[in-house]
Design a protein around this ligand. Sequence first.
Ligand code: UDP
Ligand code: MG
Length: 324
Amino acid sequence: MDNTAIVTFIIPVYNEAEVVPVFSKEMSEMIEDANGHYRFEFLFIDDGSIDSTVESIRGEFRNFHHTILSFSRNFGKEAALCAGIDHADGDVVIIMDVDLQDPPALVPEFLQHWKAGFEVVYGVRHDRASDSWVKRKSASGFYSIFNMASDIKIPPHAGDFRLLDKSVVQALRKLPERSRFTKGLYAWAGFKSKGVPYVRTERIRGDTKWSYWRLWNLAVDGLFSFSQRPLRIWAYIGATVSGLSLLFAASTVIKALFFGIETKGYASIMTAVTFLGGLQLLVLGIFGEYIGRLFIETKGRPNYLVAKEWHRNPESETEPSQTS
Ligand code: UDP
Ligand code: MG
């Protein structure tokens, strides 16, 4: 690697106007310290913000080489990351949240590991004290279920904060899937990877954009996009239940032969009927999850729509260009 490798930061932003100035200050300090070794560029994905996020970025980052892609509406962070991967053209990219929960101070360390030959360097939240108890527990539960059900293992507590070499970015661009669970896609791609532990602090300002409902949906997306086990397991459960009911039928016949027919048994019949009814609905739901995904994939709609973009290169004399 030569000394002036281009580092592109991919930053998804959604209604973050109040956070942008603080982010820009911290990043400028970090970049000043690392100066000379790299050329830093910013790629902001504005995920349909309705506040002054774009204006704020254009002001705060006017002295940096930056691009802003503005979506036509809110498509979600996964789509924003997908756009970032599609458009980043540095020798290496670093994906970061804008709210400083991913500490910029870690960037030089990430880059050192990259220089040492790692193609993926990801932050591992070894202390999630800033998250609520429910969020911590549900996250751990999700990682264990996911890694049990899927052949692709994702490292627990690794977020989206990561460095990707150009070769990984190019590999990820080849994946056409619509229901994107980026963490699973990184793991699928493989490459020489290294985890760097860090403490995830609280958001500096503003509120999280992820409600528990959105997190639940992300978890469901992840599981059903990367594992066929939920689909397969029902064949075994069905066979077991049928086997047991055959045994039960046999025992009823034998009992009737020796002791005569009982009229009782209403309760047990009801139990069997409702239990099996519930099981069937569950299986239908699971089929639905996969069929829904097939439906989304066959439609082949793009993951996002870019409505506007801005490019600024302070080193060239040209005014910031804007394309619609
Ligand atoms: N974000 C986004 N689109 C969304 C929600 C969030 O681009 O629909 C961005 C957000 O601006 C931030 C990052 O994704 O830069 C992480 O979001 P947030 O801090 O709300 O999530 P958390 O850190 O609570 O997981
Ligand atoms: Mg955050």
